[in-house]
Write a protein of this length. Structure first.
Length: 167
């Protein structure tokens, strides 16, 4: 099994909650986990759910929501906020046991957003866990062709992590 894994999902909120629960378990067991979870803005009726990225280690929330989307899009994602959150975790990646990055999405497919954190995790050989929507699956596989693709299932997630902690 690869040390890089992605949960393929179309339900980001459910998957983020599943990963957060697993990370909380692993943290209690002493794992040094760094990275970012996504949290919705909670505003009803919006096509874009971008809200915050929460730093796992510090708990700090980074706003990634634009009140007014850029021209020619309905997406409220603030790339500047994503890149600030990315910069905050970069230095902790080399000493971590696990890197969790909320999502490999359109920004990362364009080599922006959290892309530097993805590169650092892969470059340092740290186990990496993320989510990928079906829309960006091809871009993810081009970036990490040998990555394990996990179903949206907590048991599969835990089996993947155990494969690194039983050796």
């Amino acid at each position: 099994m690869s040390h890089i894994a992605a949960v393929i999902t179309d339900d980001s909120a459910k998957t983020q909650a599943m990963i957060a629960a697993a990370v909380a378990e692993w943290d209690v067991l002493g794992s040094r986990i760094v990275g970012l979870f996504s949290e919705s803005h909670g505003i009803p009726g919006r096509a874009c759910g971008a809200g915050f990225l929460r730093d796992i280690a510090s708990g700090k929330a980074y706003s990634i929501y634009l009140e007014t989307p850029s021209a020619h899009t309905s997406c409220h994602l603030d790339a500047t906020g994503v890149e600030a959150a990315c910069a905050a975790v970069l230095g902790r990646i080399p000493t971590s046991d696990l890197v969790v990055l909320s999502k490999f999405g359109k920004l990362e497919a364009a080599r922006a957003g959290l892309f530097r954190a993805f590169e650092r995790a892969v470059g340092t050989g740290r186990p990496l866990l993320t989510t990928v929507s079906r829309l960006h699956r091809d871009a993810w596989q081009a970036f990490a062709p040998g990555a394990t693709l996990l179903p949206d299932d907590g048991a599969a997630l835990r089996r993947w992590w155990r494969s690194f902690n039983e050796h």
